[in-house]
Design a binder for this molecule. Structure first.
Ligand code: ADP
Ligand code: MG
Length: 697
């Protein structure tokens, strides 16, 4: 049996394999291309393609695919085989040309494009992203790619991510230069995406059309035992789940994914996988791979992996904590306070840049995690609210307050700080890491953005984070580059920034009602739903921001806005149609059958035992029939609303979905849950929450 270090990355055409298999000059040239983002020379591409194919075929690959990340939020692939006929013979050889490695034209015209491909010229192209390694999976060579239109507009999630990484690197360089380049000359964002998920038994799952079609249950009375006893969280992992996790680790390791931590999460049947962090681009690719491999491995074990943010009402939803930091080209974590006064000063400047960015652009961060599915999670059980705030821990907050007020810091030691001249007192890492209720927490040497949902591509939130921090650093660099007294101006800038943006800092309980009121007093945004959050994307000041840093063009912004609105309304529409079908063909008939049986019993009992003996059955019958009547009424309302919604589009449709369709569905859910509690189990046609949440043994 192979050892894990041997298995790790064995299916990846990584640096080691490139160095081994490519001629030295080709290797050097490819490396340069990968780091500069320039175009690969056709002659070089031909050699790389040939060597890559050789390796892939040894790994059992017969096909290749440009693997890209369209606006659906998941990945797309179209497989082509390597076969090529040999002229003048009936034979084929395996061939892969540089052109095929570099470019693809999958057409893929049915993928969402928000109007960007309206003209006949607007073909969709894929292009290899050499900064992310190719790999072999299930007999196919996967080539990580961007997806763009003929005119170069981004049709995917990777292109803007790469652009934002570049923008951030450029501004970070300016700040690093101000400190003499001691920590490096440029920086790149690092990301560790913790992935939560549910595992259900496939057989049980297949009996719930709502789970199959919508990924979440649209009804279901609370189980007798939910997560109240906290016995699942970090509990012993069941053998079947353990076997799944072991397989998953092996597969991910082969693909070079740094799968590190696994444990049971808060809700029954809920689990988490956390990788070690990586550069933001690779981390995003790897998270997509992780989600996809999770699904396939689950199938192999007779399980289903649910990545929806809120599969079950009343228990924990699933998130994807996005750990984010900045690493210099010499490997320094720029959010590590450091040891010397200069390092400390640089740390404080980067820290306050993030605070400023988050405060200035709360709306965009909120927008970046807005989806129909995440709306059910944010603000519910053990999930951050829809309000953005930053938690720093009390010690670091006190330190910033002392700096702001030019007062002494009363930590372990009383100290007066002059930034750039004094060493900061040590802030122990664990004092920054206790607040689990914050949507955006500084956790010692990185930030943890906890709002992204479990099914979300982390590209979105990281594009926003990178861009808004780039903007803050840009502003800082503009102020400091011409300074004649750097230390004094630096102190002034940090102080001013704290004064201006301290309202965003909150270390208290983010789940509490009182915070909502306090946040409102502070003037912080509370964009509760996707329909509330999305419009900020197209606000003029935000459009200017993205254009300034070359992350999105105006056309790209509007197209994405359309896609997100449409995706929201379509999701709600599908859910409504699903519940309509389930109610009509299963729930109401079940209730009716039960009512018929009750009538029979009442008649029989009356004959034999007299009228007085039928009280209990009559009460149940009355309740069931009232509920059925209510449900029938609501069903009619919902059908009308769904029909009306079809005539709408864009934001009005999204608002209608939120205010009318989802509210009616919630009312229906209450009635259905009451019916579920009263109708004889022999008549109820769907697995209950008990059946679902405890389906894996
Ligand atoms: P904690 O337990 O305090 O949340 P961990 O060290 O366990 O911190 O990390 C949690 C996640 O954060 C992991 O995915 C980890 O790889 C990631 N992480 C750690 N350091 C960084 C960093 N510098 N940049 C991005 N992510 C990081
Ligand atoms: Mg975490």
């Amino acid at each position: 049996m192979k050892s894990i270090p041997e298995i790790f990355g064995s299916a990846v055409f990584n640096d080691e394999k490139m160095r081994e298999r490519l001629p030295k000059d080709v290797y050097e040239s490819l490396k340069k291309t990968a780091s500069s983002g320039a175009r690969l020379e056709p002659t070089i591409a031909n050699v790389v393609a040939e060597k890559m194919k050789e390796w892939a075929c040894e790994m059992g690959a017969t096909h290749f695919t440009h693997w890209f990340q369209p606006m659906t939020g998941i990945t797309a692939e179209k497989h082509d085989s390597f076969i090529s006929p040999v002229k003048g013979s009936d034979r084929v050889i395996m061939e892969f040309r540089g052109k095929e490695l570099s470019y693809g034209e999958p057409d893929a015209s049915s993928l969402p494009n928000g109007g960007l491909r309206a003209t006949f010229e607007a073909r969709g192209y894929t292009a290899w992203d050499p900064s992310s390694y190719a790999f072999v999976k299930d007999g196919t060579l996967f080539i990580p790619s961007v997806f763009i239109s003929y005119s170069g507009e981004a049709l995917d999630k990777k292109t803007p991510l790469l652009r934002s990484i570049q923008a951030l690197g450029k501004q970070a360089s300016r700040i690093l230069a101000l400190f003499g380049g001691a920590s490096g000359t440029t920086a790149t964002p690092t990301v560790g995406a913790e992935q939560e998920y549910f595992l259900l038994d496939k057989e049980v799952y297949l009996k719930r059309p709502d789970l199959i079609t919508c990924g979440r249950t649209l009804f279901g009375a609370p189980p007798a035992k939910g997560q109240e006893l906290h016995d699942h969280y970090f509990g012993a992992i069941k053998p079947r789940v353990k076997a799944f996790m072991a397989d998953l680790d092996q597969e991910l390791w082969k693909l070079g994914v740094l799968a590190k931590t696994k444990h049971n999460e808060a809700a029954p049947s809920q689990h988490e996988l956390a990788p070690l962090f990586n550069g933001a681009n690779t981390a995003t690719d790897h998270n997509q791979l992780t989600m996809s491999v999770m699904r396939t491995i689950a199938e192999k074990h007779g399980l289903v992996c649910l990545l929806h943010e809120k599969p079950f009402k009343g228990v924990n939803g699933s998130g994807k904590h996005n750990n984010w930091s900045l690493q210099s080209d010499t490997g320094v974590n720029l959010f590590e306070p450091g040891e010397t006064p200069a390092e400390n000063a640089q740390f404080l400047l980067f820290l306050t840049a993030v605070i400023k960015a988050v405060d200035d652009r709360q709306d965009l961060l909120r927008m970046s995690v807005a989806t129909a599915s995440n709306d059910h999670r944010l603000g519910a059980n053990e999930a951050p609210p829809a309000i953005i705030s930053v938690s720093l821990g009390t010690e670091l907050t006190d330190l910033l307050t002392a700096i702001e007020q030019n007062a002494t810091f009363k930590g372990r030691k009383k100290v007066q700080i002059e930034i750039g001249a004094d060493v900061l007192p040590k802030i122990p890492k664990d004092t920054t890491d206790r607040n689990r209720t914050s949507p955006f927490a500084f956790t010692g040497n990185k930030f943890e953005f906890r709002m992204p949902g479990s099914s979300l591509s982390v590209a979105g939130p990281n594009v926003i984070l990178n861009t808004i921090v780039a903007e803050a650093l840009d502003e800082f660099a503009n102020k400091l580059e011409g300074s004649s007294d750097f230390k004094a101006d630096l102190n002034k800038l940090i102080r001013e920034t704290i004064v201006k943006h301290k309202r965003i800092i909150f270390n208290g309980d983010g789940y509490s009602k009182s915070w909502e009121l306090e946040a409102e007093k502070r003037g912080l945004l509370n964009l509760r739903t996707t329909a509330d959050a999305l419009p900020c994307f197209v606000k003029e000041e935000n459009r200017r921001l993205f254009e300034k840093y070359g992350v999105f063009t105006e056309a790209e912004i509007f197209s994405r806005y359309q896609i997100m609105l449409e995706s929201y309304s379509t999701t709600v529409d599908i859910e409504a149609l699903t519940i309509i079908d389930m109610v009509k063909r299963n729930i109401l008939p079940a209730a009716e059958a039960y009512q018929n049986e009750l009538c029979d019993i009442i008649l029989k009992k009356k004959d034999i035992l007299g009228e007085d003996s039928t009280g209990t059955e009559k009460a149940v019958l009355e309740k069931t029939s009232t509920l059925s009547k209510n449900l029938t009424g609501l069903l009619g309302d919902l059908e009308k609303k769904v029909a009306y919604s079809k005539g709408l589009a864009g934001l009005p449709q999204a608002i209608f979905c939120k205010e009318e369709i989802l509210t009616t569905m919630e009312e229906m859910r209450d009635v259905i849950d009451s019916l579920e509690r009263i109708v004889d189990a022999a008549y109820w046609r769907f697995p209950t929450y008990n059946d679902l949440l405890y389906s894996v043994n």
